[in-house]
Design a protein around this ligand. Structure first.
Ligand SMILES: NC(=O)c1ccc[n+]([C@@H]2O[C@H](COP(=O)([O-])OP(=O)(O)OC[C@H]3O[C@@H](n4cnc5c(N)ncnc54)[C@H](O)[C@@H]3O)[C@@H](O)[C@H]2O)c1
Ligand SMILES: O=C(O)C(=O)C[C@]1(C(=O)O)C=C[C@@H](O)C=C1
Length: 367
């Protein structure tokens, strides 16, 4: 079992997709994790899948760390309560927006400046288009970015503890202030969500024979359109000012494109289209790594691979020896990280067999 930087116990408040994934990941590394959620079902499922044990009402706990993994609109209130109930603990949240939560905590009449020092806002840039603990994965954060947005008055020890959480879960941890974080995720997370939802909403009245032709282009660009509306209403409204500027830019680009396509044989029209595509290619090439969606037609087996020469070749040889054909392969890798994730696509009927063969010979398969 890997050694951890955290000592625990860790109390996870809010045991949905993210809270249960954090609990699972920390339990897999041997830490004591306790769970609390107002929904008895959510905390029961989280406990059943091995994300920790439920904190009984009235039970005393002295956690090293409280992780608030509740929806953004209640996060500040839940953090405030945790800071008061656990006077020795560091309290972090993992909500997708940071400035509005920090502002709410700063103006909370029940919180003193000393209590606020133990709060550190964070945001793992890893998730899924599904919600709830049943969709949780302990390896969700492996090699993914995790931003720590410590406010200027935060205790250094609490900041260290917040960073240890991401590090123990295998993430690539960096620091940013809350405003810069919100501007960044408006572009790399919130805008893509809006764009995917806008694309998918165009399909509502499409004839079914048109939809039957859909290939991976449509699937790749709309996976996150399946995300939970309750969560995204909150994220988008909390980060509206940052998003609006990006949408204005998009409107200008769209107006230009419409003008070009209305007169496709006008002088310069083809050049305009070439520029659009070239700019898209260049923007795409700047993305440092992506937790890509599996093509839905295949079963996907995700294998953790050490970042050493020859590992992929060895994996492919072992898959070949198992007699399973590789239909597609994607590698995710974060610079400076010692582990990568290889997603192997196979025909769905062979997936479990491949998982079993690889696990039997010592590969770490992420389930
Ligand atoms: N889903 C993602 O991809 C993703 C990624 C990174 C961060 N986040 C952030 O993580 C947080 C949780 O998102 P999720 O996807 O796990 O949502 P989820 O719906 O799966 O889980 C949220 C959980 O919070 C619980 N909850 C509701 N009110 C609560 C309260 N007052 N106190 C404690 N718990 C409460 C719910 O019962 C539920 O179990 C959000 O703030 C979100 O912005 C989500
Ligand atoms: O992979 C997904 O499903 C996600 O959309 C995860 C994603 C993102 O990368 O934008 C979405 C919102 C969260 O705040 C963090 C991560």
């Amino acid at each position: 079992m890997a050694a951890t930087h955290l000592m625990g116990p860790v109390l996870v408040v809010g045991t949905g997709l993210l809270g249960a994934s954090i609990g699972l990941g920390l339990r897999q590394r041997g830490l004591e994790v306790r769970l609390s959620d107002p929904s008895p079902t959510a905390q029961g499922v989280a406990q059943d899948i091995g994300a920790g044990t439920i904190l009984a009402p009235g039970e005393q706990l002295f956690p090293q760390l409280v992780v608030v993994a509740a929806p953004p609109d209640v996060t500040a209130a839940v953090v405030s309560r945790a800071l008061r109930e656990h006077p020795e603990a560091t309290v972090v949240d993992i909500a997708s927006v940071k400035s509005s939560i920090l502002a709410a905590l700063r103006s909370d009449p029940d919180l003193g400046p000393d209590q606020l020092r133990r709060y550190v806002g964070t945001h793992p840039m890893a998730g899924r288009e599904k919600s709830g603990p049943a969709a949780a994965r302990g390896e969700l954060f492996t090699s993914m970015p995790w931003v720590v947005c410590a406010h200027p008055d935060a205790d250094e020890e609490s900041v260290r503890t917040a960073m240890d959480l991401g590090i123990d879960l295998g993430a690539t941890v960096s620091r940013m202030d809350a405003l810069e974080h919100d501007a960044s995720v408006a572009l790399v997370s919130h805008f893509p969500q809006v764009a995917a939802s806008l694309i998918a909403s165009r399909l509502l009245n499409a004839p079914s024979h048109a939809l039957s032709l859909a290939g991976n282009g449509l699937r790749d660009t709309t996976r996150i359109a399946a995300s939970d509306p309750k969560l995204w209403i909150q994220i988008l409204s909390h980060n509206a000012p940052q998003l609006v500027g990006i949408l204005h830019g998009m409107r200008e680009d769209l107006d230009r494109l419409i003008g070009t396509l209305e007169a496709p044989s006008a002088p310069g029209a083809l050049l305009d289209l070439a520029e659009l595509m070239a700019e898209g290619n260049a923007g795409r090439a700047r993305i440092p790594g992506k937790h890509g969606a599996p093509p839905q037609a295949f079963g996907v087996v995700t294998v953790l691979v050490d970042d050493k020469p020859g590992q992929i070749a060895r994996l492919l040889a072992d898959i070949g020896a198992a007699g399973v054909n590789v239909e597609d392969l994607r590698m995710e890798h974060s610079a400076g990280h010692q582990v990568g994730m290889v997603e192997v696509s196979v025909v769905p009927g062979r997936r479990q067999e491949l998982i079993d063969s690889l696990t039997n010979i010592g590969w770490k398969v992420v389930q």
